[in-house]
Write a protein that binds this ligand. Structure first.
Ligand code: ZN
Length: 503
């Protein structure tokens, strides 16, 4: 009997999940997609599941059952969300194809078909205008059709899509206390149902804490107050690695290893850096998207940097452990005021992530990199523009880089350690160093050295010197600069920028 290989990929996931600034809608959307992907898709698609997570799915379906597979899944997505769509494509496999057969030519065809289908997808639906229709109070895009009672008892008029997101979030919110107290049996394939029992096993002190009600709740528990961290991570070279996979059996093993490693890395980062403080009013984090090689999470401001670094480090360790080969991911950490519009925030993070991946390729690294951005104004430039316009400058024939971003895990470790050693350093001195790197190469050197000489604490003085020196790669450094390929770099601004965000 012949088979079809059927592949699914959710369209514009982030547009759907991050359509509004409301935390309850973001995680409701994310939970809906996760359930559709991991639980409903395998049921609706039929056949044999190769994988179903991270917004995608791959199934081996007997030809006589494959006629309506794609339609069934698409209908399921629309019914549950009234907004999220998914693209499905299939290729016919030769007679006798099994899970050990050579997958590569079929995978290539499937990928090509997927790209074509995605290109032909119509743009987002825009509803027809009518003077008597009222737009949704939340997204403002679709028409309001549902009454929704807010937690403060006020009434909102929502579109069906936003309403379904809120409903899903409320459902999980009610489930969490039952999961932490052990009164509800966890369902497999659902994020919090898996995360809570596993964290509990490692003695994570949930107590009566639930997820943060909104971003302000995170901001109130943050230092500096009013800020939060957004962490975005994404696997490196995944497309190329998938193309090299020789059989469906191997594909299943690979997909499972990556999915499990992202999950495991997040779990370990939570245990290590995201313990609730004694006065906590909610968990100090929320996981907004997790699956496949993709992660988006929000944390308190002071925990974001170390959480991001641990995710990069552990992902590589865990893939080595459970796949036999270390894979890597890059992470971008944005430190930002909680009022910053979330959709723009996600684009800033994606931009910073793209930059890290580009540098990783250029430096021909196997490991993943950590990029970060402290957002200081509501119309902050994208990372690449900011890098070109603010962090990089021409000075007497050379290029000065007022940053060493993105960092490796080891480099970030040195930065964190240096911050801790300088914790009670005079802020005025740090500020002078920061201002100095915005001068020309010579002036920066003169002013930085003058500040350094006047630094009283000998141990701190040594620390900051060694910190700069540690990036010199053997060539003599000219404080605060280190030379790389004839250009000048300094890690001093990075250190000062992150100073308040590392406890
Ligand atoms: Zn809406």
């Amino acid at each position: 009997m012949s088979h079809f290989l059927i592949s699914f990929d959710t369209d514009r996931i982030k547009d759907y999940v991050f359509a509004t600034h409301r935390l309850s809608e973001i995680r409701g959307a994310s939970a809906l997609l996760d359930r559709l992907n991991r639980v409903d898709m395998p049921r609706l698609a039929g056949g044999t599941k190769i994988y179903a997570h991270g917004g995608s799915g791959l199934f081996l379906v007997p030809a006589d059952q494959s006629g309506t597979t794609i339609e069934n899944v698409q209908k399921g997505y629309w019914q549950a969300t009234e907004a999220a769509t998914i693209t499905g494509v299939k290729v016919k496999l030769p007679e006798g194809f099994n899970e050990d057969s050579d997958l590569r030519p079929h995978w290539q065809r499937l990928g090509l078909k997927m790209r074509l289908a995605k290109d032909q997808n119509p743009d987002r639906l825009t509803a027809a205008t009518h003077p008597f229709f009222r737009p949704c109070d939340s997204c403002g895009v679709r028409y309001a059709t549902e009454d929704y009672i807010e937690p403060d008892r006020s009434l909102s008029l929502l579109c069906r899509s936003c309403y379904l997101k809120r409903q899903e979030d409320r459902r999980i919110k009610d489930e969490i206390p039952k999961l932490t107290s052990g009164k509800l049996k966890p369902q497999s394939g659902r994020l919090w149902h898996g995360l809570i029992p596993e964290l509990k096993k490692d003695n994570y002190p949930f107590g009566v804490l639930n997820r943060p009600e909104d971003f302000d709740t995170l901001g109130r528990q943050s230092s500096p107050e009013g800020y939060m961290g957004l962490i975005c991570a994404d696997g490196n070279d995944m497309g190329r690695k998938l193309e090299e996979i020789s059989s469906l059996k191997e594909m299943r093993r690979f997909a499972e290893a990556v999915d499990q490693a992202v999950y495991g890395a997040v779990k370990q980062a939570i245990l290590k850096h995201l313990q609730p403080s004694p006065k906590a009013t909610s968990l100090p984090f929320d996981v907004l998207l997790l699956g496949g090689d993709d992660l988006v999470m929000a944390t308190t401001a002071q925990t974001a940097i170390e959480t991001g670094v641990t995710v990069v480090e552990k992902f590589s360790e865990l893939t080595k452990e459970n796949y036999g080969r270390a894979l890597s991911l890059c992470v971008a950490i944005i430190l930002v005021h909680v009022g910053f519009p979330f959709h723009s925030l996600v684009s800033l993070a994606e931009d910073a992530l793209k930059f890290a991946k580009k540098v990783r390729k250029k430096r021909a690294l196997q490991e993943g990199l950590v990029n970060f951005l402290v957002v200081s104004s509501p119309n902050h430039l994208g990372f690449e523009e900011f890098y070109k316009e603010t962090l990089r400058v021409q000075s007497s024939g050379q290029i000065l880089y007022r940053t060493l971003r993105p960092y490796t895990v080891a480099e970030m470790g040195r930065l964190i350690q240096t911050k801790r050693a300088l914790s009670d350093a005079p802020r005025g001195r740090l500020e002078q160093m920061r201002e100095a790197v915005f001068k020309g190469r010579h002036q920066a050197m003169l002013e930085s050295l003058a500040t350094w000489v006047r630094w009283r604490d000998e141990a701190q003085k040594r620390q900051i010197w060694q910190f700069v020196e540690s990036f010199s790669g053997g060539t003599p450094s000219i404080f605060p600069w280190v030379q790389r390929d004839g250009d000048y770099y300094t890690p001093v601004l990075d250190l000062v920028e992150l100073f308040d965000f590392i406890p």
